[in-house]
Ligand binder design. Sequence first.
Ligand code: HEC
Length: 145
Amino acid sequence: MKANLMKIRFLIGILVIFLGIQLWGSCAEEVPSKGEQLYMAYCANCHGKQGEGLAALIPPLAKADYLIQHAEELPCMIRYGMSGPITVNGKEYNQPMLPLKQMTVEEIYEVSNYVLNSWGNEYRKLYQQEIELYLKRCAEKSSDK
Ligand code: HEC
């Protein structure tokens, strides 16, 4: 009798540990990073959830040659917008991107690193201090005009 009870207790113990691990694993997977949350809030409407772009209107970010070649300009694109024709992966786009002035430096830092390292993109990390520097430089440029 006693031995059976021990066995049952042991099995329940194993089950609880197993369920715990499952639960913990699924929670860890489902919480998106800060950068991803910001991307979904500020960029995905136009550029698509997977950075795929929108037909001939909005260029892709996933594996976009333009993005990787202009990675250090990304913070300024986000804060000040951009306009004029550009070529992305061999296709021309020419619709203005509006500035996202409400995004803080920290948010620009998070979202930039998310975009530069998602959907097959591989770039080095941009540091928050360098982003501040880029933003300062393009602020000076835009006040020169
Ligand atoms: C209202 C729609 C819209 C939103 C929101 C938007 N973009 Fe854009 N984005 C555009 C358009 C349109 C262009 C093309 C600009 C041009 O033709 O000069 C563009 C161009 C770009 C480019 C350069 C081209 C390329 O594909 O590499 C990058 C990088 C970019 N956007 C990143 C972002 C990021 C990051 C966000 C969010 C923080 C964002 N955009 C939010 C519409 C948008």
